[in-house]
Write a protein that binds this ligand. Structure first.
Ligand SMILES: Nc1ncnc2c1ncn2[C@@H]1O[C@H](COP(=O)(O)OP(=O)(O)OP(=O)(O)O)[C@@H](O)[C@H]1O
Ligand SMILES: C[C@@](O)(CCOP(=O)(O)O)CC(=O)O
Length: 357
């Protein structure tokens, strides 16, 4: 039996701008995982996720293709991950098999509400990792990222794929997305083996080391938000306010460059200064796109963090989900966390997860 896991993530800074090719963001992987297991099966395979028990699907293989008995299923990311990995396996001459694939996830609360930790990315990465083991396909982090990015992009279609990078590389990363229009054309011109070997225009991933005194705190608002809808709303409004949008991109890029330098120089103060600037830039974006990124509860989360000497902002698309605070580990962290909890902000005691190559 093969069993692998992939971590969830949180955005630290650079959201929305990162959707444009080459614009940076900082993202961390967390020690909360999706686990995928694969076991060989005889004739009938299955896909079962404990989060979606009632939607388990059963399949067989006919002339090399997966054929489902149940067409009405929620497993778009898993099926896309399977398709991409098996297409790759075929290009390198592997015979396709039958298996039971099961999923367990820490990335939703006990009552099934998502935290916004990138479960769709983690489920995609874990499925591909498990199948690469099943088919004995050697993949390093770069190849795993590319396979998972293709699979996730085929389903969601409008994201930066930063959540995939965080899940594959782990730890703290600075991420710039590749040109997704290029990928659409490249997929028609190259086979998988070629696509995985080549450089992707715009893509850049740098591993960052935070200063020792930096503590990341995570607060959850309890209300799930749809990232793809919020990204669509920003995209719709950017056409109407081209200059304001271009200013946002340029300012975000400059802010992220200074923040990344703060990591390289181990300068907590510089990082915090830029977190505050990034929050302001996202609020300005909010004003002309009406995406409602910083909800009143997220504002409260930031205000409380500041009372205790931290600097906080929304994480990811906003509109609910989580906020983050960056604070000196010597400050009164417990009091901050208690005040969050007293104000309907649920502290999530998750840590950053580092992935081995
Ligand atoms: N445990 C799971 N089993 C199977 N599919 C899952 C599982 N967890 C997530 N998914 C897939 O991911 C989708 C959720 O993705 P969505 O982008 O809405 O949330 P997210 O990636 O967790 O959050 P965010 O984008 O805010 O970080 C689900 O609808 C499902 O298709
Ligand atoms: C808004 C955006 O920059 C970040 C989305 O983050 P999250 O998945 O909502 O945590 C979109 C993206 O990068 O795909």
């Amino acid at each position: 039996m093969i069993s692998v896991k992939a971590p969830g993530k949180l955005y630290i800074a650079g959201e929305y701008a990162v959707v444009e090719t080459g614009f940076p963001a900082i993202i961390v992987a967390l020690d909360q995982f999706v686990t995928v297991t694969i076991q060989s099966a005889d004739q009938i395979g299955s896909i079962v996720s404990s989060q979606y028990q009632e939607n388990s699907i059963y399949w067989r293989r006919e002339e090399g293709k997966m054929v489902f008995d149940n067409r009405d299923n929620p497993f778009h990311y898993i099926l896309s991950a399977i398709k991409v990995t098996e297409d790759y396996a075929k290009t390198v001459g592997k015979d396709l098999g039958i298996y039971h694939l099961t999923v367990e996830s820490d990335l939703d609360s006990k009552d099934g509400r998502k935290y916004g930790l990138g479960s769709s990315a983690a489920v995609t990465v874990a499925t591909i990792k498990a199948l690469c083991e099943f088919y004995a396909l050697p993949v390093d982090h770069d190849k795993l990222f590319k396979l998972a990015a293709i699979a996730h992009f085929h389903v969601q279609g409008n994201g930066s794929l930063g959540d995939i990078a965080a899940s594959v590389y782990g730890g703290w990363i600075a991420y710039r997305s590749f040109d997704r229009d290029w990928l659409k054309l490249a997929e028609k011109s190259y086979n998988f083996a070629e696509l995985l070997d080549m450089d992707w225009p715009g893509l850049d991933i740098e591993l960052l080391t935070p200063p020792k005194s930096l503590k990341l705190l995570v607060g959850w608002t309890g209300s799930p938000a749809s990232t793809s809808h919020l990204v669509d709303r920003v995209a719709l409004n950017k056409a109407k306010r081209q200059q304001a949008y271009q200013d946002f991109l340029n300012h975000s890029q400059a802010c992220l460059k200074r923040m990344i330098a703060g990591f390289r120089n181990q300068d907590l103060h510089a990082i915090q200064t830029e977190i505050a600037i990034n929050r302001k830039l996202l609020n300005e974006l909010d004003q002309f796109t009406h995406a409602h990124i910083e909800t009143p509860l997220l504002t409260k989360l930031c205000d409380i963090a500041e009372e205790f000497g931290g600097i906080a902002k929304t994480s990811g698309a906003g509109g609910g989900d989580c906020g983050i605070a960056i604070i000196d580990s010597h400050k009164k962290l417990n009091q901050l966390i208690e005040k969050w909890a007293a104000n309907q902000i649920i502290p999530l005691s998750f840590n950053v997860h580092h992935v081995k190559e």
